[in-house]
Design a protein around this ligand. Structure first.
Ligand code: THU
Length: 127
């Protein structure tokens, strides 16, 4: 799968963001090991703590469709280069990590940069 396609879908998803409080739209696109694709955007609430990040929204759609292993995720915000996932989303990604890990794809100008979940969350929590 071409990661440019994942990023295009993350960009499209960011346009649906509901972020009237932070004015910080985010879109995410997840690729599963079954080569299925799911998108999500952040959505906020006047009770701020109820906000859901774009990554967890996309992951939730994948889980609801029966997927369990995430191969890659593209994350995008029009507000910043390199929109890194927050700590909570890193741990949620860790939960659905296949043996080969997860590629985290970010946009830096016109380029894509790629990290692994193990780089961004070494020693993630496991029960
Ligand atoms: N946000 C995400 O969607 N993903 C992240 O990994 C970091 C933060 C959202 C949550 C909130 O709606 C806005 O960005 C500002 O924190």
């Amino acid at each position: 799968m071409d990661y440019n396609i994942l990023m295009e879908k993350a960009i499209e998803a960011s346009k649906n963001s509901y972020s009237p409080y932070s004015k910080f739209p985010v879109g995410a696109c997840v690729l599963t090991t079954n080569n299925k694709i799911y998108t999500g955007c952040n959505f906020e609430n006047s009770s701020f703590g109820l906000t859901i990040c774009a990554e967890r929204n996309a992951i939730g759609s994948a889980i609801a469709d029966g997927e369990r292993k995430i191969k890659a995720i593209a994350i995008y915000s029009p507000n910043t280069d390199n929109c890194y996932p927050c700590g909570a989303c890193r741990q949620v990604l860790h939960e659905f990590r296949p043996e080969n890990g997860i590629d985290i794809v970010l946009k830096q100008g016109n380029e894509l940069i790629c990290h692994t979940i193990d780089e961004l969350l070494p020693e993630g929590f496991n029960l």
